[in-house]
Design a binder for this molecule. Structure first.
Ligand code: FES
Length: 170
């Protein structure tokens, strides 16, 4: 009789534990959402930044990178500016350089008289290809993926860590 009672007790404990786990796992997943999920959507895809034909040859042109639709875990935003790029057209090809200075994040300008990029914050200078010439910037300007499709220029926006020599995505 005592053995039977102990088996019933043991089974009862097992069922209670199973029920606890069955409730705790989904509850934990619900409460921890979105800590382990990628929650921002709409910023990873290539962004249409304009018509190829409107870009002058040779001269860098600054354009904003703006997405129509950006979503995070709970909110949806429209018309969000992610940043800006310098576009350089060479025939049917376009190169995109982030305007974000790799030193500390100021906006890099194009100086047409000297044909160079320069950062006003701490005087980093870059050549027209974006390579570092002088100043505290630890690397050249960050090149972004850029493609031309059906006459439209598409840029994939990325941010990289500042103040380091390597290009590390943030
Ligand atoms: S932020 Fe550009 S040189 Fe410092």
């Amino acid at each position: 009789m005592a053995a039977r009672r102990s088996i019933v007790k043991w089974i009862g404990g097992l069922v209670a534990t199973a029920l606890g786990v069955a409730i705790a796992v989904p509850a934990g997943a619900f409460l921890s959402f979105p800590t382990r999920k990628r929650t921002v959507g709409g910023a990873d895809e290539p962004v249409d930044v304009g018509e190829l034909e409107r870009l002058p040859e040779g001269q860098p042109t600054r354009v904003p990178v703006r997405v129509r639709d950006l979503r995070d875990a709970w909110t949806r935003f429209t018309g969000v500016t992610l940043g800006a790029v310098w576009l350089q057209r060479d025939g049917a090809e376009v190169r995109a350089l982030s305007t974000v200075c790799p030193h500390a994040g100021c906006a890099v300008d194009w100086e047409p008289a000297d044909e160079r990029f320069a950062c006003p914050c701490h005087d980093s200078v870059f050549d027209p290809s974006g390579a570092r010439v002088s100043g505290p910037a630890p690397r050249g300007m960050d090149r972004l993926d850029c493609a031309v499709k059906d006459g439209r220029v598409l840029v994939t926006w990325r941010r990289y860590r500042q103040g380091v020599a390597g290009k590390e995505e943030t």
